[in-house]
Design a protein around this ligand. Structure first.
Ligand code: FEO
Ligand code: CA
Ligand code: CA
Length: 619
């Protein structure tokens, strides 16, 4: 999303959402998707940046207030269900956890019910720290602990309202909902019912239990939430020697989350196709708590960070996504059909039909999209692709065969509808270079890339164009670093490892850093402090730090109310132990935000950011 003024990507404040496509497609999409950029005006960053901080504290710019909200374990207030209070010894049961906020908040969006005063906050809970999740930590592993872990994953839908200048949960709410690793999902698109999707429990291959590893999130113009199933490989165990297909997806005999010990579904020896049912983009109608969420296989299987939607001038949906894994690719789906007026009901199958592409970035600032279509080029039975379903289930292998560019870990994408530039964070890839799977290339220009970069492109013609121009918004880094490759090209406040990016209603690009805890505040990252939230005026590249997170967290999930006066940000994994789990028996803590109770546990939480004067965030 470049330079100029407001992309207006947010949904309007219409409770029934029909306003979205009322009055003709082109005219109604214009205000939403930025055909309104006729009077460009550069966004202004009107706050003084905060310096880097390594304290266990949330630090925000002068004139702003940042308030923790709906942390892990807080009951959602689902109508007709109990509201089990959080126990600060982590003593809640699995059944209670299924009625509470999950752990490790991640991608998030605000869906208006009454403009910027009342809405649904929908968010992912990406993963868990078993050392903190259970009263006795990861010891004495049991079926109850597996069930609690599964209940702490997934997605929360929370109804919230602004009362007297403070956001509060509406409890009970008929719209509040938890989706977990055991909630039934439908399967849509060409891989639905495919032989590789069938299991003993689901011989039709059309109904999957659960979603997990949900990382980034997008929202559609027809009012639904898209969530990416990211590192699903960490939940399965294979035979001692994984199959070639399993190996290509990083599956092996070990599993960090150990669900297979008490749930055989996660043992691929017994259920070889179960992993094929994860790694999808899932679509959820947050306004209907009885709706069955859907895995959208036409968008391809990948370690999806998330999925982000653009709309062509003639009303086709274009969905961008990337695979957050070193040397994996960026994808684009173009819908066969046009978006119809009438919200989700009228667009139920829109994401089931269309063409998936993988990006090839070429030297000289040009690139092209290569179609993942069965029967074209190498995607034939002789090469292991029996049909389109298999191409999608094995999208990685298909991208290999086509020659998609192997990127430095694609994380979030953000679409600037006004200018049609699409931005993608490439968080880092220290394995790039001689001896790695790939050497440097034009799009991924640094060996031992510890800092990451933000790439952007614009298709020729429209979002569905076959070719594109591209460049870098910035190579991240600290200009004081000794190693030239770690210095970067940022104009303004430095950061490393960009992850979440999102445009606000004014067209300012917000960037969250996600430096891993084994690198944070040391070595090349010694001067950058804890992970931070920065604003970037993409017209000039000027970047300014608004907020710094508490110890060992990442900041993620940035979203806004339509008036731009409230920003929601997630603080994920505060106090995380470097390279491992916390140990509840260890009195030392790597952080204790936000409760700071002596001996207590750090908790992921949303943060509500407001200006003291009630003004527009960032202005
Ligand atoms: Fe879950 Fe790629 O961050
Ligand atoms: Ca991420
Ligand atoms: Ca990350």
């Amino acid at each position: 999303m470049t330079a100029t003024s407001p992309p207006h990507r947010r949904l309007p404040a219409d409770p029934d959402r029909r306003v979205l496509l009322r009055g003709g497609l082109a005219s109604s999409l214009a205000p939403l998707f930025g055909a309104c950029a006729a009077t460009p005006r550069a966004p202004v960053l009107g706050f003084a940046s905060v310096p880097p901080s390594s304290a266990d504290a949330l630090v925000v710019a002068d004139g702003y207030v940042a308030t923790p909200f709906m942390p892990w374990g807080e009951p959602l207030g689902i109508a007709g269900q109990p509201m089990p209070p959080w126990r600060d010894d982590a003593g809640n049961s699995a059944a209670e956890q299924a009625l509470q906020m999950g752990m490790h908040h991640d991608g998030m969006h605000y869906f208006p019910l009454d403009g910027s005063r009342r809405g649904l906050l929908v968010m992912n809970h990406e993963y868990v720290d078993d050392g903190l999740l259970h009263a006795t930590g990861a010891a004495d592993w049991s079926a109850e602990k597996v069930a609690k872990s599964q209940a702490a994953h997934g997605i929360s839908v929370v109804e919230i309202e602004l009362k007297g200048g403070t956001w509060q949960p509406v409890r009970p709410s008929a719209l509040a909902r938890r989706i977990t690793a055991t909630t039934p999902f439908a399967v849509g698109g060409p891989a639905a019912g495919h032989a590789l999707m069938r299991t003993a429990a689901d011989p039709a291959g059309t109904r999957v239990l659960g979603t997990f590893a949900n990382c980034g999130a997008g929202m559609t113009p027809w009012g639904t939430y898209l969530s990416g199933e990211e590192n699903f490989q960490d939940y399965f165990v294979t035979a001692d020697t994984p199959t070639r297909h399993e190996q290509r997806w990083g599956l092996d005999r070990s599993s960090w989350y150990r669900w297979a010990a008490h749930d055989s579904r996660f043992d691929t020896v017994r259920h070889p196709n179960e992993p094929n049912r994860f790694g999808w983009v899932v679509e959820i109608d947050p306004f209907d708590p009885t709706s069955t969420p859907v895995k959208r296989t036409a968008l391809g299987r990948a370690v999806h960070e998330g999925a982000w939607v653009a709309v062509t001038k003639d009303g086709h949906a274009v969905v961008y996504s990337g695979e957050d894994a070193a040397f994996e690719c960026i994808y684009r789906f173009v819908s066969r059909d046009r978006i119809q007026p009438g919200g989700f009901k009228a667009n139920r199958e829109l994401l089931d039909h269309g063409t998936l592409y993988v990006a090839r970035f070429e030297a000289g600032g040009r690139g092209r999209w290569l179609p993942l279509v069965h029967g074209q080029g190498p995607l034939r039975a002789a090469n292991g692709f029996a049909d389109q379903g298999e191409v999608l289930i094995k999208a990685r292998q298909a991208a290999d065969a086509l020659g998609g560019t192997m990127m430095d870990r694609p994380e979030w994408l953000a679409v600037d509808a006004a200018s049609r530039w699409v931005y993608c964070t490439l968080t880092n890839n220290s394995a790039r270079g001689p001896g790695g799977r790939a050497d440097v290339d034009a799009a991924n220009p640094r060996a031992r890339n510890t800092m990451g970069q933000i790439i952007r492109w614009r298709e020729d013609g429209d979002f569905d164009g076959a070719t594109f121009e591209w460049n870098h918004l910035a190579l991240a880094g600290d200009p004081a670093n000794e190693r030239p490759e770690a210095r970067g090209t940022i104009v303004g406040d430095a950061y490393s490892s960009p992850d979440t990016i999102a445009f606000d209603p004014r067209g300012v690009l917000w960037i969250c850093s996600d430096v891993g805890n084994s690198s944070l505040n040391r070595g090349e990252h010694a001067r950058l402090g804890n992970n931070a939230l920065l604003a970037c005026d993409v017209a000039t590249g000027t970047t300014r730090r608004l907020m710094v997170g508490p110890a060992n967290c990442e900041l993620t999930g940035v979203c806004f109310t339509p008036d731009g006066r409230t920003m929601f940000v997630n603080v994920q994994h505060p106090g995380e132990a470097p390279r491992g789990r916390n140990d509840p028996a260890d009195p030392r803590r790597h952080g204790n935000w936000p409760d700071f109770r002596p001996g207590g546990r750090p908790r992921s939480a949303t943060v509500v950011v407001r200006r003291r004067d009630g003004g527009v965030i960032g202005a």
